[in-house]
Design a protein around this ligand. Structure first.
Ligand code: FE
Ligand code: FE
Ligand code: ZN
Length: 279
């Protein structure tokens, strides 16, 4: 854990998120690029973004993580839903050029009965349409729990998507600890072997960010319900091992636990106490 932050609301602007992060001991953050249920996004206020960039530089922030809306499904059976995903990606990636080196995280999608192979083809097709050579953003595929017909439950599926992407230097992975655990990867008891699998199948150099969440459900439940740090089935000992793991400690971590701001402040303080070595 090199940087630690949590999910913040974008409604009061970019600089506000930076200040809010600072006020709770964070040195990065995640935000939705627009209302999580979709819909149009506001135009960028460049003065606001510039103020955030200055704050980030002054306080040595890690990369910010923009999260695509949940309604984005690049492998829907409905062409209008796929077109919506395309429009959101184009708009968001264009906007994120104002924040050089940002991450753009999305849920690969649900194939809704069309099959994993078709779904993966549709996802790579979208990515190849929206990525462009000048982009400074790295697009991150989020590992999923596998509820419903979600793609991205296994490392093999994530790898198949990456293999289909032409602009290979701009694609990476965000590992969600609740999701992989619910998907059946035992990061509580066998973290080393899960990371070995990740490295063998995807390559650890693709891993750019961690969503740090405990899980309300046991391993393999395919549920995806986040729990506060140390209060779920993963437990505090496993979380401590994850944030300090030699193969993960250079990465930014983002909390998406069920919390308001004061709860996030507590969790960040707890994680900083558990972190071994200098901050
Ligand atoms: Fe997510
Ligand atoms: Fe997540
Ligand atoms: Zn989740």
């Amino acid at each position: 854990m090199k940087h630690i932050g949590c999910h913040l609301s974008v409604t009061k602007g970019y600089q506000h998120m930076g200040k809010e992060a600072l006020s709770i001991g964070a040195d990065t953050f995640q935000f939705f690029t627009r209302n999580p249920r979709g819909g149009s996004s506001k135009k960028l206020d460049m003065a606001d973004v510039t103020a955030l960039l200055a704050l980030m530089e002054a306080h040595q922030f890690g990369p910010v993580l923009a999260h695509a809306p949940y309604t984005v499904n690049p492998c829907s059976a409905d062409p209008r839903v796929r077109e919506f995903a395309f429009e959101v990606f184009v708009e968001d990636l264009e906007k994120l050029q104002a924040i050089p080196g940002a991450y753009y995280n999305f849920h690969p999608g649900s194939h809704v009965g069309q099959g994993t192979e078709t779904g993966i083809l549709m996802i790579t097709e979208l990515l190849n349409r929206v990525m462009f050579p000048e982009m400074t953003t790295t697009v991150l595929l989020e590992t999923m729990s596998g509820k419903g017909s979600e793609i991205g439950r296994t490392f093999e599926e994530i790898k198949a998507i990456i293999d289909g992407v032409q602009q290979t230097e701009s694609i990476g992975v965000c590992l969600d600890t609740c999701h992989v655990y619910d998907a059946g990867y035992d990061i509580a008891q066998h973290l080393d072997s899960v990371l070995d699998d990740f490295d063998r199948i995807i390559g650890l150099s693709r891993l750019k960010a961690i969503h740090l969440n405990d899980s309300k459900n046991p391993m393999g439940s395919a549920k995806d319900r986040h729990e506060r740090i140390g209060e779920g089935f993963l437990g505090l000992e496993a979380i401590e091992a994850i944030i300090n793991h030699p193969k993960l400690k250079h990465l930014p971590f983002y909390l998406e636990t069920p919390n308001e701001i004061p709860g996030y402040a507590e969790e960040i303080a707890l994680l900083r106490r558990l972190k071994k070595g200098a901050l």
